[in-house]
Design a protein around this ligand. Sequence first.
Ligand SMILES: *[C@@H]1O[C@H](CO)[C@@H](O)[C@H](O)[C@H]1NC(C)=O
Ligand SMILES: *[C@@H]1O[C@H](CO)[C@@H](O)[C@H](O)[C@H]1NC(C)=O
Ligand SMILES: *[C@@H]1O[C@H](CO)[C@@H](O)[C@H](O)[C@H]1NC(C)=O
Ligand SMILES: *[C@@H]1O[C@H](CO)[C@@H](O)[C@H](O)[C@H]1NC(C)=O
Length: 500
Amino acid sequence: MKVAYLHLLFLNLSLVKAVLLQSDFTLRNDSFWENFEAYVDTKHLNEEWITSEATNEEGAKIYGAQWRISQGPLQGSLSDKGLVVRTNNAAAMIGHILETPVNVSDTDTLVVQYEIKVDNSLTCGGAFIKLVSSLVNIDALKSYSPDKEGVELVFGPDYCVPETNGVQFAINKVHKITHQSELKYLKEAPLSKLTDTSQSHLYTLIIDESTQSLQILIDGKIAMAREHIEDTAKNIFKPPISPLLIIPDISVMKPHDWDDRILIADPAVVKPDDWNEQEPLMIPDPNDPKPLEWDESISKYIFDPEATKPSWWEEAEHGEWIPPMVKNPLCNEEHGCGQWTSRLIKNPKYNVPWEPSQVINSNYMGAWQPPEIENPLYYEERHPLRIENQIKGIILEFWSGSPNMMISNIYVGKNVTEAQIIGNKTWVARNRVLRRLDDSTEHKFMNTRLGGLQDTLHSETASLNFFDRIIDCILEFPKSLLTIAIVLLTTLSFCYILFT
Ligand SMILES: *[C@@H]1O[C@H](CO)[C@@H](O)[C@H](O)[C@H]1NC(C)=O
Ligand SMILES: *[C@@H]1O[C@H](CO)[C@@H](O)[C@H](O)[C@H]1NC(C)=O
Ligand SMILES: *[C@@H]1O[C@H](CO)[C@@H](O)[C@H](O)[C@H]1NC(C)=O
Ligand SMILES: *[C@@H]1O[C@H](CO)[C@@H](O)[C@H](O)[C@H]1NC(C)=O
């Protein structure tokens, strides 16, 4: 009873804290920001963040990777917790239904931002986020499979030695005539930074619908920017965003008399009369005569004299019973028997099949190309970056290439300033601390953690009120419920004395 109450109290405190830390700025009512601070443990996380249980044809789970909620070195701060992929070399997926679905209009700016920290070195893996229009409830997440339609946008870093290393972007386009959906990938992808394990990295995608422009930022710095994509979309996406204007007419067949042989047999060369192709490649070795003691009159195999017809054998049903064959015991190493065959050797008279030399074909007409026609399914896409459908959920889905990769501070919204504020309050703060931890000794770490780190936190979040500090202080302690039960009251008074 008491433990349950404390658990509830603890949960409430972290929720209150999350709200309070946001209190110096208010998110738009259709912005989504997940910093994972509100979750006490993985079980709690799994009520809101769902991994698909879809199985493949063999009945195995498609997404084998496990997730957990993780606590970083900044316990209790805004940039402390994150979502961690525990499993290496597995398909990873976890998703969340947006409370407020996001409509992106032609004048909106869409921002997708999240933070990734790779803990172990990575040779092949990604960390994609997908915005999905087809997910309506938790059951849809539980049965989500890779071929499900409705992925409107894919964004995120991808690394695989040696050929892949980039921040990918893809957008769903519905063909205006055939109504088929297809993800169009931006061909160019800025380098991912995913192999840098020394710090966490912040990935930001900004789509400005009014100018049809696109920016990819890494750690707050522009890594790629493209404006007025409607003019270049044909070349910079694969497959192209607008259908091709001119296409080959595949209904026209290659004419029978079309000569596309570049080389032909030289008509001037004739096969020599004495070219004998009849001789076999291998012949019996004349120097391997039959040994004198070899007896061809005795057969090599005989019916097994010891075999007897099984009692169940019915001639009428099973046919005549024939005993199995065994090697004739009269045949042995010294006294061979059966038909003698010499070993084979290469035939010195053998000739390779005659082939005339090749010359360039003077009638060569070039490779066959069907005629080109105007594509009947052509249309011009003037809004290549338009998000076609309402975004109802977000999914993290990728091949996990490193255990303990952490993802946090997922922002999906329509306000660049909000994303910048979140970046400054979380990613900047976290890396300041990571850098400190990196170049300080264990001993120094213990001291700074209680002294210097608190300074960092408080200068970083200067507007924290008294209540925040109490909660920060509580969250500094290990979260075993029994410990909390003992520690909670003493901490409260301790914090009170410390901060007043
Ligand atoms: C969100 O805010 C806008 C104004 O900024 C308002 O028009 C709209 O009704 C609000 N939506 C909800 C669900 O509160
Ligand atoms: C969002 O889009 C859906 C359909 O795409 C529409 O029904 C809904 O009214 C839109 N909501 C807003 C707030 O524009
Ligand atoms: C964007 O967010 C900032 C900071 O919260 C706010 O001042 C501004 O009004 C927002 N702009 C829009 C268009 O919502
Ligand atoms: C931090 O804020 C500044 C100014 O608002 C902005 O220019 C910068 O991009 C922000 N940093 C991040 C990582 O968002």
